[in-house]
Design a protein around this ligand. Sequence first.
Ligand SMILES: Cc1cc2nc3c(=O)[nH]c(=O)nc-3n(C[C@H](O)[C@H](O)[C@H](O)COP(=O)(O)OP(=O)(O)OC[C@H]3O[C@@H](n4cnc5c(N)ncnc54)[C@H](O)[C@@H]3O)c2cc1C
Ligand code: SF4
Ligand code: SF4
Ligand code: SF4
Length: 399
Amino acid sequence: MISIKDKKQCCGCSACMNACPINCISMVEDEEGFRYPHVDTAKCINCGKCERVCPILNVEPEEKFEQKAFLIRNMDEQILKESTSGGAFTAIAKEIIDAGGVVFGAAFDDQFEVHHTYVEKYEDLKIFRNSKYVQSNIESTYKEAKAFLDAGRQVLYSGTPCQVEGFWHFIGRRKYENLILIDVVCRAVPSPLVWRKYREFGIKNSENTLQEAAFRDKNKYGYQYSQIRLKFSDGEVREAGVESDPYLRAFFSNLSDRPSCYECKFKKKYRVSDITIWDCFDVYLHDKSFDDNKGVTRALAHSEKGRQIIENLKNCKIKEITADAAVRKANELVNTVRENPSRNDFFIDLGKMEFDELVEKWFPDSLKVKSERFIRENFEKLGIYRPTKRVVRKLLGKE
Ligand SMILES: Cc1cc2nc3c(=O)[nH]c(=O)nc-3n(C[C@H](O)[C@H](O)[C@H](O)COP(=O)(O)OP(=O)(O)OC[C@H]3O[C@@H](n4cnc5c(N)ncnc54)[C@H](O)[C@@H]3O)c2cc1C
Ligand code: SF4
Ligand code: SF4
Ligand code: SF4
C-alpha cells in the first residue's frame, strides 16, 4: 500500500487514488495546501496496485528516439490572445474534437480552484487556455479518460509531465491508437492554498467576487511581458508583472512550489507523451517572422502520431526546426528548480499571518521593485524593452 514518508517523493498525480480497486485512497490537503494520498487501512486489501501505477516509484527510464520540433502560431487572433504562448494547444485539441473526441485539461471551477476536467465541444476548449500557475486537482479524470478510450473514443489527455506520466502508468503504459498525450514544460507548481489566500486578499466587501483570472494576460504589454490579471465583480481590475505581483514573485523565487518539484523526476527531453509544448520567448533566434510579441508555442513531437497531428494543423503558421535547436536553451525542460532556503519560513508565515502582512514582509514594494516596474513598463511602451533585454543578454554571454 502507498505510504508517503518523504513529501518530495509524491507529485500528487492521483494515479494511486484512481487505480485503487476499492476506492480506499483519498487525496488530502496538507498544511501547505498540497494533496497527498491517504489510505483507509481498514479497507485496504493490500493488492499493491497503487504502488504499481505510481510514476515516482516506477520512474520511466529515458530512451533516445527521433524527435521533430516545431514553432506553432494559431492564426485565430482571439485564441492567440487568450493562450499562454502561440495557442498550439487549442489547435491540436480542435483536431481531436473534430474527430468526435474528448479533451482533458486543467480549468478553473466557479470558485477559481483548478481541476482537471474534459470537454467535447470546440467552444468549450476556452476553459483550458492560459496556464494556471497552481497545481491542478486530477480527481477521477484518469478513470474517466480510460473509460472513453476503452469505448473507442479519441482522447487527448494534457497536463504537467508528472500528471501525464501518472496517467500513462495508470493505463498500464499501453499505446492506445486513439490516445494523444500532451504535456507542458513545467517549471514547478505552486500551492493551491497560496492561490486561494492570494485571490481573496484585499477584498473588503464580501459581495465582491472574482470574475476572471489569467496568469499570463497579454492584453496590456503583449507576450513578452504578460501579467497576472484578476477582475472582480465591482469592476476592479488588478494586474501586475512578474517583478511586482506577490503571487508571481513567490512562484518565480521558488518559495511556493510543491516539494516534489525540487526533485522532479519528469524533467527530460525524451518523454512518454506524444507532444511537449512550451514557450518560445527567444523565437528571433529561430525565425524572425514570428517575433511580433503575440506569442509562439514551441512543440517537440515524440511520436509519429504527434508529428502527423502537428503537420496537419489547420489555421496555424508552422515552422519545423531541429529538435536540438528547440531544446538548446530550454532550461525548464530538463533542469529542476532549486528550493528557496527560506521556503519553510514562508509556509510557516502563510499559516499564521494575514495575507497582507505576509505580502508586506516577503514581497514589499521596495525601491528596487518600483524601479524595475518603471523601467519594464516604460521601455515596453517605447518599444525598446525587448531590444534592450537582448543586448544585455548578449553582453552577459547568455545568447
Ligand atoms: C504550471 C505550469 C508551469 C509551466 N512552466 C513553464 C516553463 O517553465 N517554461 C515554459 O516554457 N513553459 C512553461 N509552461 C507552459 C506554457 O506556459 C504554455 O502552457 C505552453 O507554452 C503552451 O501554450 P499554448 O499557448 O500552446 O496553450 P495554452 O492554451 O496556453 O495551454 C493550455 C494547456 O495548459 C494546460 N494547463 C494549464 N494550466 C495547467 C495546470 N495548472 N496543470 C496542468 N496543466 C495545465 C491545459 O490543460 C492545456 O493543456 C508551464 C505551464 C504550466 C501549466
Ligand atoms: S494496496 Fe490496493 S487496496 Fe490497498 S490502497 Fe493500494 S490499491 Fe487500494
Ligand atoms: S506520486 Fe502519484 S501515484 Fe505516487 S503516491 Fe503520489 S499521488 Fe500517488
Ligand atoms: S516540476 Fe515536476 S513534479 Fe513539479 S509539477 Fe512539474 S512535472 Fe510535476
